[in-house]
Design a protein around this ligand. Sequence first.
Ligand SMILES: Cc1ncc(C[n+]2csc(CCOP(=O)(O)OP(=O)(O)O)c2C)c(N)n1
Length: 342
Amino acid sequence: MSAKKTEATTEAPPEDLTREQLLGMYRRMRLIRAFEDKAKERFEAGEIAGFLHLSQGQEAVPVGVCWALGPRDYITSTHRGHGDVIAKGCEVKRMFAELYGRATGYCKGKGGSMHIADFSQGIIGATGIVSGSLPTSVGIGMGIKQRGGDEVVVCFFGDGATAEGGFHEALNLASLWQVPVVFVCQNNLYGLSQPWEKTAYKCDLVARVGTYHIPGECVDGMDVIAVHRAARKAVERARRGGGPGFIEAKTYRFLGHYVGDPALYMPAEEREAWRKRDAIVKLRGQLLAWGYLTEAEDEAMGAEVAAEIEAGVEYAKASPLAAPETALDELYVHFDYLGNPR
Ligand SMILES: Cc1ncc(C[n+]2csc(CCOP(=O)(O)OP(=O)(O)O)c2C)c(N)n1
C-alpha cells in the first residue's frame, strides 16, 4: 500500500472526526482488503471450498456506515458480505475458520463465506438470496420497536436487489411501520454481469425510495468520510424514532462477481478509472497530508494487519473440521412461537 502513489489533498481535516476515528477506519478498510486478498489466494490454492464473492473496492461503504453504529445495533448483509461483517466487528481468525469449514468458525464451519453471523455483535447474518436481507431487517426493526428499544438496523444490499420484490415489500412496510432501519445500497454498477443502467429505466434510487416517503441520500462510496456522514445522519434520525432511511453509495468491485469470473463484461478503461479512485489510497493520502500518519506508521500498520491475517489463516488450519454428524445441529428452532419446546 505504501508504495502506491497518492493524490495530494488540499482539504482541511474534518472537524467532526478525530484522528483516532480516521485511523481506525483506515485500518479496518485495510484489514478487509487484506482478508479478501488472502482468501482469494487460499481459494485459488484449493484450500477453501464453495463460492467466494469479493468486495475489493467497496471497503469504504461498510466501514463508513458501521462507524456510525454502536455494539448493540444490528446489521444484515449479502453474498458479498465479508467487508460488512468485519466492519461491524467480526474477527478475521474466526472468519477464516468459517471459510475453511472449521468448528471454530462463526457458524461452526457450516455457513461458509456467504452466511457469516455473530448474534453477540448484532451481526444477524449474510444471505445468498438477493434482497433477502431487506425483509429480515424490517422484521428486526419491528422487534426493536415493539420492545421500545433504541437500536438501529443497517441493511446492506446491492443494486441488483433493488429490482427484486423483496426490496419493494420491505420499503413499503418499513415506511408504514416507521421502523429504525437504514437501507444501504452498495451500488457497484453490476448485478452479476448485468450493468446497472440496463436493469432499470433512468433509475434514480433516491427518488424511487422517496416514493415510499423514506428520505435518502446518494454518496460517493469511494469516500469513507462522505459515507460516514450520511450514515450518521440516517442512524441518528432512526434512533430518535424518525423512521427508516436510505443511502445509495456509488462504488465498484475491482474484481469479477466471484473468484474465477474474469469479468470480461467490465470495460478495461472503466476498471482502471475506478482503481484510480481506490478509497483506501484516498484516505491514506488524506491522513498523510493532515499529519495524522507518517510513512513509517503506515508501514507498521501494514505489517500488523498482515500478521493478523497470517495468524488468522494459521488459526483456521489448526482448528478441527466441522464434524459431519453435527451438520444438522442448530439448524432448526426447537421451540414454538411462544417459547415452548416442540
Ligand atoms: C433471489 C436471487 N436471485 C438470483 C440470485 C443469483 N445471484 C447471485 S448474486 C446476483 C447478483 C446480485 O447483484 P447485486 O445485488 O447488485 O449485488 P453484487 O453482487 O453486485 O454485490 C445474482 C443475480 C440469487 N442469489 N438470489
